[in-house]
Design a protein around this ligand. Structure first.
Ligand SMILES: Cc1cc2nc3c(=O)[nH]c(=O)nc-3n(C[C@H](O)[C@H](O)[C@H](O)COP(=O)(O)OP(=O)(O)OC[C@H]3O[C@@H](n4cnc5c(N)ncnc54)[C@H](O)[C@@H]3O)c2cc1C
Ligand code: SF4
Length: 327
Protein backbone atom coordinates (compact mmCIF):
# COMPACT_ATOMS: atom_id res chain seq x y z
CA UNK A 1 0.00 0.00 0.00
CA UNK A 2 1.24 3.49 -0.86
CA UNK A 3 1.43 6.13 1.89
CA UNK A 4 -1.48 8.59 2.02
CA UNK A 5 -2.67 11.59 4.04
CA UNK A 6 -5.82 11.27 6.11
CA UNK A 7 -8.36 13.99 6.90
CA UNK A 8 -11.85 13.99 8.37
CA UNK A 9 -14.75 16.10 7.15
CA UNK A 10 -17.68 17.01 9.41
CA UNK A 11 -19.96 18.59 6.82
CA UNK A 12 -20.70 17.79 3.17
CA UNK A 13 -19.44 21.17 1.93
CA UNK A 14 -16.06 20.66 3.67
CA UNK A 15 -15.73 17.19 2.23
CA UNK A 16 -16.39 18.45 -1.30
CA UNK A 17 -14.00 21.38 -0.82
CA UNK A 18 -11.24 18.94 0.20
CA UNK A 19 -11.71 16.36 -2.58
CA UNK A 20 -12.97 18.26 -5.65
CA UNK A 21 -9.85 20.39 -6.35
CA UNK A 22 -7.39 17.53 -5.76
CA UNK A 23 -7.29 14.83 -8.49
CA UNK A 24 -5.46 12.49 -6.09
CA UNK A 25 -7.95 12.79 -3.24
CA UNK A 26 -10.72 10.30 -2.54
CA UNK A 27 -13.64 9.95 -0.13
CA UNK A 28 -13.43 7.19 2.47
CA UNK A 29 -16.78 5.77 3.62
CA UNK A 30 -16.93 2.22 5.05
CA UNK A 31 -13.59 1.47 3.36
CA UNK A 32 -14.59 -2.11 2.52
CA UNK A 33 -13.94 -1.65 -1.19
CA UNK A 34 -11.41 1.17 -1.30
CA UNK A 35 -8.98 -0.10 1.35
CA UNK A 36 -8.86 -3.56 -0.27
CA UNK A 37 -7.94 -1.99 -3.59
CA UNK A 38 -5.37 0.30 -1.96
CA UNK A 39 -3.69 -2.74 -0.42
CA UNK A 40 -3.49 -4.27 -3.92
CA UNK A 41 -2.14 -0.97 -5.38
CA UNK A 42 -5.09 -0.90 -7.77
CA UNK A 43 -6.25 2.43 -6.34
CA UNK A 44 -3.61 4.77 -4.94
CA UNK A 45 -5.17 8.02 -3.67
CA UNK A 46 -2.65 10.30 -1.97
CA UNK A 47 -5.31 11.93 0.21
CA UNK A 48 -8.22 10.18 1.95
CA UNK A 49 -11.07 12.33 3.22
CA UNK A 50 -13.04 10.38 5.80
CA UNK A 51 -16.76 11.14 5.40
CA UNK A 52 -17.97 8.94 8.27
CA UNK A 53 -18.78 11.98 10.47
CA UNK A 54 -21.14 13.49 7.85
CA UNK A 55 -24.76 13.70 9.03
CA UNK A 56 -25.99 11.64 6.08
CA UNK A 57 -27.17 8.39 7.59
CA UNK A 58 -30.90 9.01 8.08
CA UNK A 59 -33.61 6.98 6.36
CA UNK A 60 -36.81 9.04 6.26
CA UNK A 61 -39.90 9.84 4.22
CA UNK A 62 -39.76 13.09 2.25
CA UNK A 63 -43.23 13.59 0.84
CA UNK A 64 -44.04 10.38 -1.05
CA UNK A 65 -40.38 9.38 -1.48
CA UNK A 66 -38.11 7.56 0.90
CA UNK A 67 -34.74 9.30 1.27
CA UNK A 68 -31.80 7.09 2.25
CA UNK A 69 -28.70 9.01 3.33
CA UNK A 70 -25.48 8.13 1.53
CA UNK A 71 -23.80 7.15 4.81
CA UNK A 72 -26.59 4.81 5.92
CA UNK A 73 -25.00 1.42 6.56
CA UNK A 74 -26.16 -1.50 4.43
CA UNK A 75 -27.42 -3.33 7.57
CA UNK A 76 -29.47 -0.34 8.73
CA UNK A 77 -31.07 -0.02 5.29
CA UNK A 78 -31.79 -3.76 5.09
CA UNK A 79 -33.53 -3.84 8.49
CA UNK A 80 -35.37 -0.52 8.20
CA UNK A 81 -39.08 -1.17 8.84
CA UNK A 82 -40.34 1.00 5.96
CA UNK A 83 -37.93 -0.64 3.52
CA UNK A 84 -38.88 -4.13 4.65
CA UNK A 85 -42.59 -3.34 4.24
CA UNK A 86 -42.64 -1.15 1.13
CA UNK A 87 -39.47 -2.13 -0.76
CA UNK A 88 -38.75 -5.76 0.22
CA UNK A 89 -36.60 -6.29 -2.88
CA UNK A 90 -34.06 -3.82 -1.50
CA UNK A 91 -33.86 -5.42 1.91
CA UNK A 92 -33.46 -8.87 0.34
CA UNK A 93 -30.77 -7.65 -2.08
CA UNK A 94 -28.73 -6.12 0.74
CA UNK A 95 -29.02 -9.19 2.94
CA UNK A 96 -27.85 -11.39 0.07
CA UNK A 97 -24.58 -9.45 -0.16
CA UNK A 98 -21.23 -9.80 1.61
CA UNK A 99 -21.31 -10.73 5.35
CA UNK A 100 -22.96 -9.17 8.42
CA UNK A 101 -19.66 -7.53 9.44
CA UNK A 102 -19.18 -5.99 5.98
CA UNK A 103 -22.80 -4.84 5.82
CA UNK A 104 -22.35 -3.09 9.18
CA UNK A 105 -19.56 -0.99 7.65
CA UNK A 106 -20.59 -0.64 3.98
CA UNK A 107 -22.54 2.49 3.06
CA UNK A 108 -25.09 3.28 0.37
CA UNK A 109 -22.75 5.68 -1.46
CA UNK A 110 -19.81 3.26 -1.31
CA UNK A 111 -21.94 0.35 -2.45
CA UNK A 112 -22.98 2.20 -5.63
CA UNK A 113 -19.34 3.04 -6.34
CA UNK A 114 -17.71 -0.30 -5.51
CA UNK A 115 -15.43 -1.54 -8.28
CA UNK A 116 -15.72 -4.70 -10.34
CA UNK A 117 -14.60 -8.07 -8.97
CA UNK A 118 -12.91 -8.99 -12.30
CA UNK A 119 -9.80 -10.79 -11.06
CA UNK A 120 -7.63 -9.24 -13.79
CA UNK A 121 -8.65 -5.76 -12.63
CA UNK A 122 -7.42 -6.63 -9.15
CA UNK A 123 -4.10 -8.11 -10.38
CA UNK A 124 -1.64 -5.37 -11.35
CA UNK A 125 0.51 -7.85 -13.32
CA UNK A 126 -2.30 -8.33 -15.90
CA UNK A 127 -3.45 -6.02 -18.72
CA UNK A 128 -6.71 -4.27 -17.89
CA UNK A 129 -8.23 -1.34 -19.78
CA UNK A 130 -10.26 -0.34 -16.76
CA UNK A 131 -7.21 -0.06 -14.49
CA UNK A 132 -4.69 1.12 -17.12
CA UNK A 133 -6.53 2.56 -20.15
CA UNK A 134 -5.19 1.15 -23.43
CA UNK A 135 -3.34 -1.79 -21.83
CA UNK A 136 -5.79 -4.43 -23.15
CA UNK A 137 -8.35 -6.74 -21.58
CA UNK A 138 -7.05 -10.00 -20.13
CA UNK A 139 -10.58 -11.31 -19.62
CA UNK A 140 -11.76 -11.30 -23.24
CA UNK A 141 -9.25 -13.99 -24.24
CA UNK A 142 -8.85 -15.29 -20.70
CA UNK A 143 -10.98 -17.06 -18.10
CA UNK A 144 -14.24 -15.16 -18.28
CA UNK A 145 -16.69 -17.35 -16.38
CA UNK A 146 -17.80 -14.54 -14.03
CA UNK A 147 -17.99 -11.84 -16.70
CA UNK A 148 -20.85 -10.01 -18.40
CA UNK A 149 -23.12 -11.26 -21.16
CA UNK A 150 -24.94 -7.92 -21.49
CA UNK A 151 -23.46 -4.47 -22.17
CA UNK A 152 -19.85 -5.50 -22.83
CA UNK A 153 -17.53 -3.92 -25.39
CA UNK A 154 -14.31 -5.05 -27.04
CA UNK A 155 -12.50 -3.09 -24.30
CA UNK A 156 -14.16 -4.53 -21.18
CA UNK A 157 -16.67 -7.20 -20.14
CA UNK A 158 -16.52 -6.76 -16.37
CA UNK A 159 -19.75 -7.02 -14.38
CA UNK A 160 -20.92 -4.48 -11.85
CA UNK A 161 -20.89 -6.38 -8.55
CA UNK A 162 -23.52 -4.59 -6.44
CA UNK A 163 -26.71 -6.35 -5.35
CA UNK A 164 -28.14 -3.20 -3.77
CA UNK A 165 -27.83 -1.21 -7.00
CA UNK A 166 -29.79 -3.85 -8.94
CA UNK A 167 -32.74 -3.56 -6.55
CA UNK A 168 -32.51 0.23 -6.61
CA UNK A 169 -32.47 0.34 -10.42
CA UNK A 170 -35.67 -1.73 -10.41
CA UNK A 171 -37.19 0.74 -7.94
CA UNK A 172 -36.49 3.81 -10.15
CA UNK A 173 -34.11 5.21 -7.53
CA UNK A 174 -32.66 8.69 -7.94
CA UNK A 175 -29.15 9.62 -6.72
CA UNK A 176 -28.73 13.04 -5.08
CA UNK A 177 -25.29 14.61 -5.29
CA UNK A 178 -23.39 17.71 -4.28
CA UNK A 179 -20.34 19.25 -6.00
CA UNK A 180 -18.73 22.69 -6.38
CA UNK A 181 -21.25 23.21 -9.24
CA UNK A 182 -24.21 22.68 -6.90
CA UNK A 183 -26.64 19.85 -6.34
CA UNK A 184 -28.11 17.47 -8.90
CA UNK A 185 -30.47 14.50 -9.16
CA UNK A 186 -29.44 11.55 -11.34
CA UNK A 187 -31.77 8.63 -12.10
CA UNK A 188 -29.79 5.56 -10.99
CA UNK A 189 -30.47 3.87 -14.32
CA UNK A 190 -28.35 6.61 -15.96
CA UNK A 191 -25.72 6.77 -13.20
CA UNK A 192 -23.46 3.87 -14.24
CA UNK A 193 -21.93 3.94 -17.73
CA UNK A 194 -21.46 1.16 -20.26
CA UNK A 195 -17.74 0.43 -20.81
CA UNK A 196 -17.69 1.32 -24.53
CA UNK A 197 -14.30 2.74 -25.46
CA UNK A 198 -13.63 4.11 -21.96
CA UNK A 199 -14.17 1.40 -19.35
CA UNK A 200 -12.16 3.43 -16.84
CA UNK A 201 -15.15 5.83 -16.64
CA UNK A 202 -17.75 3.97 -14.65
CA UNK A 203 -20.29 6.60 -13.64
CA UNK A 204 -21.47 10.07 -14.62
CA UNK A 205 -20.03 11.54 -11.39
CA UNK A 206 -17.41 14.26 -11.73
CA UNK A 207 -14.30 14.00 -9.55
CA UNK A 208 -15.21 15.18 -6.05
CA UNK A 209 -18.96 14.97 -6.59
CA UNK A 210 -20.37 13.60 -3.34
CA UNK A 211 -23.38 11.29 -3.18
CA UNK A 212 -25.54 12.65 -0.38
CA UNK A 213 -28.64 10.44 -0.67
CA UNK A 214 -30.68 8.04 -2.75
CA UNK A 215 -34.43 8.60 -3.15
CA UNK A 216 -36.93 5.81 -3.72
CA UNK A 217 -40.15 7.16 -5.24
CA UNK A 218 -43.55 5.81 -4.24
CA UNK A 219 -44.78 3.12 -6.63
CA UNK A 220 -47.60 0.65 -7.12
CA UNK A 221 -45.22 -2.27 -7.72
CA UNK A 222 -42.48 -2.01 -5.05
CA UNK A 223 -44.45 -3.75 -2.30
CA UNK A 224 -44.79 -6.90 -4.41
CA UNK A 225 -41.11 -7.41 -5.13
CA UNK A 226 -38.35 -9.96 -4.65
CA UNK A 227 -34.58 -10.35 -5.13
CA UNK A 228 -33.26 -13.72 -6.24
CA UNK A 229 -29.51 -14.27 -6.34
CA UNK A 230 -27.77 -17.33 -7.76
CA UNK A 231 -24.11 -17.83 -6.80
CA UNK A 232 -21.41 -20.43 -6.39
CA UNK A 233 -21.83 -20.60 -2.60
CA UNK A 234 -25.02 -20.22 -0.56
CA UNK A 235 -23.67 -17.08 1.13
CA UNK A 236 -20.74 -14.66 1.04
CA UNK A 237 -20.39 -14.75 -2.75
CA UNK A 238 -21.09 -12.38 -5.61
CA UNK A 239 -23.95 -13.09 -8.04
CA UNK A 240 -23.52 -15.34 -11.06
CA UNK A 241 -26.99 -14.06 -11.96
CA UNK A 242 -29.48 -12.13 -9.91
CA UNK A 243 -32.91 -10.68 -10.52
CA UNK A 244 -34.82 -7.86 -8.87
CA UNK A 245 -38.46 -8.27 -9.85
CA UNK A 246 -41.52 -6.22 -8.97
CA UNK A 247 -45.07 -6.55 -10.27
CA UNK A 248 -48.34 -4.70 -9.94
CA UNK A 249 -51.00 -7.33 -10.66
CA UNK A 250 -54.69 -6.42 -10.81
CA UNK A 251 -57.31 -9.10 -11.39
CA UNK A 252 -54.60 -11.44 -12.62
CA UNK A 253 -53.25 -8.96 -15.19
CA UNK A 254 -49.80 -7.34 -14.92
CA UNK A 255 -50.31 -3.56 -14.91
CA UNK A 256 -46.68 -2.61 -14.28
CA UNK A 257 -43.44 -4.54 -14.01
CA UNK A 258 -39.84 -3.88 -13.11
CA UNK A 259 -36.99 -6.28 -13.80
CA UNK A 260 -33.31 -5.59 -13.19
CA UNK A 261 -30.40 -7.99 -13.46
CA UNK A 262 -27.13 -8.40 -11.59
CA UNK A 263 -24.06 -10.54 -12.20
CA UNK A 264 -24.62 -10.54 -15.96
CA UNK A 265 -24.38 -6.89 -17.05
CA UNK A 266 -21.57 -4.37 -17.16
CA UNK A 267 -23.82 -2.11 -15.09
CA UNK A 268 -26.86 -2.77 -12.89
CA UNK A 269 -29.06 -3.89 -15.77
CA UNK A 270 -32.62 -2.72 -16.25
CA UNK A 271 -34.37 -5.24 -18.52
CA UNK A 272 -36.81 -2.92 -20.31
CA UNK A 273 -37.70 -5.45 -23.04
CA UNK A 274 -38.63 -8.01 -20.41
CA UNK A 275 -40.83 -5.44 -18.65
CA UNK A 276 -42.59 -4.63 -21.95
CA UNK A 277 -43.20 -8.33 -22.57
CA UNK A 278 -45.12 -8.53 -19.27
CA UNK A 279 -47.29 -5.46 -19.60
CA UNK A 280 -51.06 -6.18 -19.70
CA UNK A 281 -50.41 -9.94 -19.83
CA UNK A 282 -51.91 -12.48 -17.45
CA UNK A 283 -49.46 -13.26 -14.64
CA UNK A 284 -48.56 -16.79 -15.69
CA UNK A 285 -45.59 -18.98 -16.66
CA UNK A 286 -45.96 -18.21 -20.38
CA UNK A 287 -45.65 -14.47 -19.77
CA UNK A 288 -42.71 -14.97 -17.38
CA UNK A 289 -40.92 -17.17 -19.94
CA UNK A 290 -41.51 -14.59 -22.70
CA UNK A 291 -40.07 -11.90 -20.44
CA UNK A 292 -37.03 -14.05 -19.66
CA UNK A 293 -36.40 -14.66 -23.36
CA UNK A 294 -36.68 -10.92 -24.08
CA UNK A 295 -34.22 -10.09 -21.29
CA UNK A 296 -31.40 -12.16 -22.80
CA UNK A 297 -32.20 -11.61 -26.49
CA UNK A 298 -29.18 -9.31 -26.86
CA UNK A 299 -26.77 -11.41 -24.77
CA UNK A 300 -23.20 -11.88 -26.01
CA UNK A 301 -21.70 -14.70 -23.99
CA UNK A 302 -17.95 -15.34 -23.85
CA UNK A 303 -16.08 -18.66 -24.07
CA UNK A 304 -16.61 -19.64 -20.42
CA UNK A 305 -19.88 -17.98 -19.47
CA UNK A 306 -22.47 -19.15 -22.03
CA UNK A 307 -24.23 -20.92 -19.12
CA UNK A 308 -25.26 -17.48 -17.82
CA UNK A 309 -27.82 -17.07 -20.64
CA UNK A 310 -29.96 -20.01 -19.51
CA UNK A 311 -29.20 -19.29 -15.85
CA UNK A 312 -30.51 -15.74 -16.26
CA UNK A 313 -33.67 -16.97 -17.99
CA UNK A 314 -34.43 -19.45 -15.24
CA UNK A 315 -33.66 -16.95 -12.48
CA UNK A 316 -36.05 -14.42 -14.04
CA UNK A 317 -38.86 -16.98 -14.36
CA UNK A 318 -38.39 -18.12 -10.76
CA UNK A 319 -38.24 -14.56 -9.39
CA UNK A 320 -41.40 -13.57 -11.29
CA UNK A 321 -43.22 -16.71 -10.17
CA UNK A 322 -42.32 -15.88 -6.57
CA UNK A 323 -43.56 -12.30 -6.90
CA UNK A 324 -46.70 -13.53 -8.65
CA UNK A 325 -47.34 -16.01 -5.82
CA UNK A 326 -46.87 -19.08 -8.05
CA UNK A 327 -43.49 -20.39 -6.91
C1 LIG B 1 -15.36 -10.02 0.93
C2 LIG B 1 -16.38 -9.11 0.32
C3 LIG B 1 -17.57 -9.63 -0.16
C4 LIG B 1 -18.53 -8.79 -0.72
N1 LIG B 1 -19.69 -9.32 -1.21
C5 LIG B 1 -20.61 -8.51 -1.79
C6 LIG B 1 -21.81 -9.01 -2.36
O1 LIG B 1 -22.09 -10.22 -2.32
N2 LIG B 1 -22.67 -8.14 -2.93
C7 LIG B 1 -22.42 -6.80 -2.98
O2 LIG B 1 -23.23 -6.05 -3.50
N3 LIG B 1 -21.28 -6.29 -2.47
C8 LIG B 1 -20.38 -7.11 -1.89
N4 LIG B 1 -19.23 -6.59 -1.39
C9 LIG B 1 -18.92 -5.20 -1.64
C10 LIG B 1 -19.43 -4.27 -0.56
O3 LIG B 1 -20.83 -4.16 -0.68
C11 LIG B 1 -18.77 -2.92 -0.85
O4 LIG B 1 -17.40 -3.05 -0.55
C12 LIG B 1 -19.36 -1.81 -0.02
O5 LIG B 1 -20.73 -1.64 -0.30
C13 LIG B 1 -18.64 -0.49 -0.29
O6 LIG B 1 -19.12 0.49 0.60
P1 LIG B 1 -18.10 1.31 1.51
O7 LIG B 1 -18.91 2.30 2.25
O8 LIG B 1 -17.25 0.40 2.33
O9 LIG B 1 -17.26 2.02 0.40
P2 LIG B 1 -15.71 2.58 0.34
O10 LIG B 1 -14.83 1.40 0.24
O11 LIG B 1 -15.52 3.47 1.53
O12 LIG B 1 -15.80 3.42 -0.94
C14 LIG B 1 -15.96 2.85 -2.22
C15 LIG B 1 -15.80 3.97 -3.25
O13 LIG B 1 -16.89 4.87 -3.15
C16 LIG B 1 -16.44 6.20 -2.94
N5 LIG B 1 -17.46 6.80 -2.08
C17 LIG B 1 -17.94 6.28 -0.93
N6 LIG B 1 -18.96 7.03 -0.47
C18 LIG B 1 -19.12 8.05 -1.34
C19 LIG B 1 -20.01 9.15 -1.41
N7 LIG B 1 -20.97 9.36 -0.49
N8 LIG B 1 -19.90 10.01 -2.45
C20 LIG B 1 -18.95 9.81 -3.41
N9 LIG B 1 -18.06 8.80 -3.38
C21 LIG B 1 -18.15 7.92 -2.36
C22 LIG B 1 -15.07 6.05 -2.31
O14 LIG B 1 -14.26 7.19 -2.59
C23 LIG B 1 -14.56 4.82 -3.04
O15 LIG B 1 -14.06 5.16 -4.30
C24 LIG B 1 -18.28 -7.40 -0.79
C25 LIG B 1 -17.08 -6.87 -0.28
C26 LIG B 1 -16.15 -7.70 0.27
C27 LIG B 1 -14.88 -7.11 0.80
S1 SF4 C 1 -13.01 -7.21 -18.22
FE1 SF4 C 1 -12.63 -5.04 -17.80
S2 SF4 C 1 -11.90 -5.06 -15.71
FE2 SF4 C 1 -11.62 -7.14 -16.49
S3 SF4 C 1 -9.57 -7.23 -17.43
FE3 SF4 C 1 -10.97 -6.64 -19.03
S4 SF4 C 1 -10.84 -4.40 -18.99
FE4 SF4 C 1 -10.09 -5.09 -17.03
Amino acid sequence: MQPFNYKKAGQAENAVALVAPDAEASYLAGGTSLIDLMKLNVQMPKELVDINPLPLSKIEMQGNSLRIGAMARNSDVAYDAIIQQRYPVLSEALLSGASPQLRNMATVGGNLLQRTRCYYFRDTSMPCNKRVPGSGCAAIEGYNRIHAILGGSDRCIATHPSDMAVAMVALDAVVQTRSPNGERSIPLVDFHLLPGETPERETVLQHGELIVAVDLPASNFAKRSHYLKVRDRASYAFAMASVAAALDIQNGIIRSARIALGGVGTKPWRAYDAEKALLNKPANQAAFQAAANAAVAGAKPQKYNAFKVELTRRTIVKALATVGGMA
